[in-house]
Design a binder for this molecule. Sequence first.
Ligand SMILES: NC(=O)c1ccc[n+]([C@@H]2O[C@H](COP(=O)([O-])OP(=O)(O)OC[C@H]3O[C@@H](n4cnc5c(N)ncnc54)[C@H](O)[C@@H]3O)[C@@H](O)[C@H]2O)c1
Ligand SMILES: O=C(O)[C@H](O)COP(=O)(O)O
Length: 387
Amino acid sequence: MRTIKIIDDIVKDGLTTIGEGYEITSDVEGADAILMRSTDIHGMDMPASIRCIARAGAGVNNIPHAELAERGIVVFNTPGANSNAVKELVIGLLMMGSRDVLGGMQWCRAHEDDPNAYAEAEAHKKAFVGREVKGRKIGVVGLGAVGSKVANACVDLGMKVYGYDPYLSVDHAWQLYRDVTPINDLDELCRECDYLTVHVPRKEDTVGMIGAEQLALLNPGAVVLNYAREDIIDEDAMEAALASGQVKQFFTDFATPKSLHMPRTLVTPHSGAGTVEAEASCARMAVDEMCDYLANGNITNSVNFPECHMGTCRGASRIACLHANVPNMIGQITAILADASANVQRMTNENSGRAAYTMFDTDEHLEPQIIERLRSIPNMWRVRVIQ
Ligand SMILES: NC(=O)c1ccc[n+]([C@@H]2O[C@H](COP(=O)([O-])OP(=O)(O)OC[C@H]3O[C@@H](n4cnc5c(N)ncnc54)[C@H](O)[C@@H]3O)[C@@H](O)[C@H]2O)c1
Ligand SMILES: O=C(O)[C@H](O)COP(=O)(O)O
């Protein structure tokens, strides 16, 4: 029986693909895997039993995945599974930023006991006149699963859409409408934008990437949206831009002590991915990735190990080696197997960044001392006997 510790609120619907042979445990100690969302687990005492962590969602800045790789723990996320939810909310807020919807509604509510409200509303409605997004310029920072959908939706709304993403994947490039103009320079993207929206992961080069300089390049009275992470946009710079009127309205998904007190800032409680559909599809994808890894050693959508697929084990045994991406690892592994006269049926090796993964099926079970020899290879992070 393999055990899974669930951290965070994972919807029941999303757990339906957990098959037989798995049980949910309340204790992380001794668990095989963790299924989680946004809880920050930096500094968590990670039990040696944990083999993988599946993050039901996109952002993994809450997980020390590089460090965990060296402990042989595979971290998964669920690319794209909540991107439509974020897109829909961002587009809704874009509309709110163009028309003072909230102000108008508040005015009406404030007049609920006024018998002349109907006539007064007619007289007052001029105060809530907005502008149309059609023909306006929007800059989209990050054109991944969310950004590409937002960019395309803005094209559909008749906006002039510009995108900045130096690491744009081929898949996302294929998904982008031709009307989205790529810009290779962030400042150039920001210049004269009426709207700016950020959709990048939180990492070293994205923290604070939108600062005073970038905000000053927007058209006066611009609307800015942050549905990525709280510190992609420098909060001090945003506060100053709101105070000066350079930014007319700021929408953010992050209720930081500062954002909650900034003028003309509408804060949502990290609800970008908050739809029943997105929660279920993230959880299902995370569960599938986790179960396939625990049962078969296959790796799909890991952020700290390469993709690796060998289907189910066809031999007597399947061994997975998680190790550093350095020369001569395969040489050392195969030398030990040759020494043991082990017949390898199938073998695969993949690498990405600092990590590599070697998996093989053998005709017979390997003796425990052979497994120990594999474990003792320098730079070997973990050896799993899967079957
Ligand atoms: N508010 C929410 O509930 C919510 C929901 C989903 C995602 N997010 C956040 O949004 C981020 C993006 O989500 P996604 O699903 O689109 O991820 P994604 O990985 O599909 O897309 C991220 C894109 O950012 C690009 N990028 C990376 N570094 C960049 C840089 N320095 N400059 C410009 N572009 C850069 C990548 O090339 C990629 O195309 C997530 O990492 C997460 O932090 C928030
Ligand atoms: O990165 C993500 O996918 C979002 O921020 C959603 O986070 P959540 O799973 O905590 O809603």
